[in-house]
Design a protein around this ligand. Structure first.
Ligand code: KIV
Length: 271
């Protein structure tokens, strides 16, 4: 007899309905099995296997070096830990910008090899054909506008985007294009709250903000930032729910002390 889980899985359709019902959508990153399990158990609606793994997991300065194979590995680990949340995986830099066929191949590899539920990619008009091809293949696509970290060397800085009218207008028209192309949601990163509110009202698909104010349909944060593991990173938009850097380094130094003083292991901890 097969055992069917009672858990109601979150789908792209669930997120659309949440926007319609004005219920906020929650999203956090995860890159490994154990974290994904905790994040899912905590009740987030969606988990992003972000290319921020390049910074957070691998220690690179930007998101550019991470490869498609690395992203697939992280996605496989996360999928094994998740029962409820929608799992979205970033297409890494270089895996979709050059041509739409390559974009589709990369998206198909992620879906086939990781069993995740959707992919995310950065950009609007510039990646229109790639999005069209991926959506036509039946793969759900999440867009990403505003501060798109894969273009950091073009921007030159991680400052707030689209403060000027021209860039703000392009962002609004890109958001409408993403909706037309069939994206199921769009991340808005580090843009003025008023602009994010305008975009959110202008499109029927959910907007998920990071540093984009309170009027987005949902919010996303990098897990390692929100639990305070990255003690060197404190942008204004970040709310830290824990100070795990201090907790963990404290626990490690206590362990070091206990071993050095022969306090650990004691009799009860020995066979
Ligand atoms: O890679 C990532 O973590 C992201 C979020 C910042 C949205 O794209």
């Amino acid at each position: 007899m097969s055992v069917h889980s009672e858990i109601k899985k979150i789908t792209t359709e669930t997120l659309r309905k949440m926007k319609f019902d004005k219920e906020k959508i929650t999203m956090l990153t995860a890159y490994d099995f154990t974290t994904a399990k905790m994040v899912d158990a905590g009740g987030v609606d969606a988990i992003l296997v972000g290319d921020s793994a390049s910074n957070v997991m691998a220690g690179y300065e930007t998101t550019l070096p991470i490869t498609l194979d690395h992203m697939i590995y992280h996605a496989q680990c996360v999928v094994r830990g998740v029962e409820r949340a929608l799992v979205v995986v970033d297409l890494p830099f270089g895996s979709y910008q050059s041509n739409p066929e390559k974009a589709l191949e990369s998206a198909v590899r992620i879906m086939k090899e990781s069993e995740a539920h959707a992919i995310k990619l950065e950009g609007g008009k510039e990646v229109e054909e790639s999005i069209r091809k991926i959506v036509n293949a039946g793969i759900p696509v999440m867009g990403h506008l505003g501060l798109t970290p894969q273009s950091i060397y073009q921007f030159g800085t991680y400052k707030v985007r689209a403060k000027e009218e021209e860039e703000a207008e392009k962002l609004i028209s890109d958001a409408k294009l993403l909706e037309e192309l069939g994206c199921f949601a769009v991340v808005l990163e580090k843009i003025p709250a008023a602009l994010a509110a305008t975009v959110t009202k202008s499109i029927s698909i959910p907007t998920i903000g990071i540093g984009a104010g309170a009027d987005c349909d949902g919010q996303v944060l990098v897990y390692h930032d929100m639990v305070g593991m990255n003690n060197g990173f404190s942008p204004k938009f970040l709310r830290r729910y824990l100070d795990l850097y201090t907790e963990i380094t404290g626990a490690v130094s206590q362990y070091v002390k206990d071993v050095k003083t022969a306090d650990f292991p004691n009799q009860k901890e020995s066979y």
